[in-house]
Unconditional design. Structure first.
Length: 217
């Protein structure tokens, strides 16, 4: 990736960082991308064609979903994600994993999905950490392993992923991969609720009710 000139792609950086923040909440990213791309896709394409990886990722998203006046073309999306991933962009690695998991623009391949999720997770991407945990939970591309599930959900949660906070809370509530611990369950579900996970408040209420029943309150 060419060295970034001072402030040359500062506006693209701002878009990319906001996109990542929305994605970490676990909801709203499609709406954000659809709205923002209407006025920004030209700039993202300019950055992408200049070799700037963050522009490649955003442009790839537009091709994947057909936003910003760009025709939907999942193969083009994969091409841009791959270029950005090869340039070291962790979110692009995550997106490639997603495309392989769901067979979008490439043949469906759980093992390839896990490979890219792992690369992204090891590069610090919290979305990939969560998805890697999910793959271990359901035995997709890797053997089922609840300890690995908890490990990756915990890493993702500590990195700010609301979905991981929610799922980690349930792992503690049910004693899966860890000893059952209502206090830890409540703590992580509270964090998920504070981070904006829409199902966390209801889950928190349910765990609190179960705890009260066990205590006979």
């Amino acid at each position: 990736m060419p060295e970034k000139e001072p402030s040359l792609w500062a506006d693209v950086d701002g878009d990319f960082e906001e996109y990542q923040r929305v994605a970490l909440r676990g909801n709203g990213v499609t709406d954000w991308l659809q709205e923002r791309s209407t006025t920004r896709v030209g700039r993202w394409e300019q950055a992408a064609r200049a070799g700037y990886a963050r522009g490649m990722v955003l442009l790839g998203e537009c091709y994947e979903k057909g936003f910003g006046g760009v025709p939907q073309d999942e193969k083009q999306a994969v091409e841009w994600y791959r270029k950005a991933a090869e340039a070291g962009n962790a979110l692009a690695m995550y997106n490639l994993g997603w495309m392989y998991e769901y067979g979008q623009g490439v043949p469906q391949d759980d093992e390839k999905a896990v490979e890219w999720y792992r690369k992204a997770a090891e590069a610090g991407n919290a979305l990939a950490m969560y998805n890697l945990g999910w793959m271990y939970e359901y035995g997709r591309g890797v053997p089922q392993d609840e300890k690995q599930v908890v490990e990756w959900y915990r890493k993702a949660a500590e990195a700010g992923n609301a979905l991981a906070m929610y799922n980690l809370g349930w792992m503690y509530a049910k004693g899966r991969g860890v000893p059952q611990d209502e206090k830890q369950a409540v703590e992580w579900l509270q964090k998920a609720a504070q981070a904006g996970h829409p199902l966390a408040p209801g889950a928190l209420k349910k765990v609190n009710q179960q705890t009260s029943q066990i205590k006979g309150e």
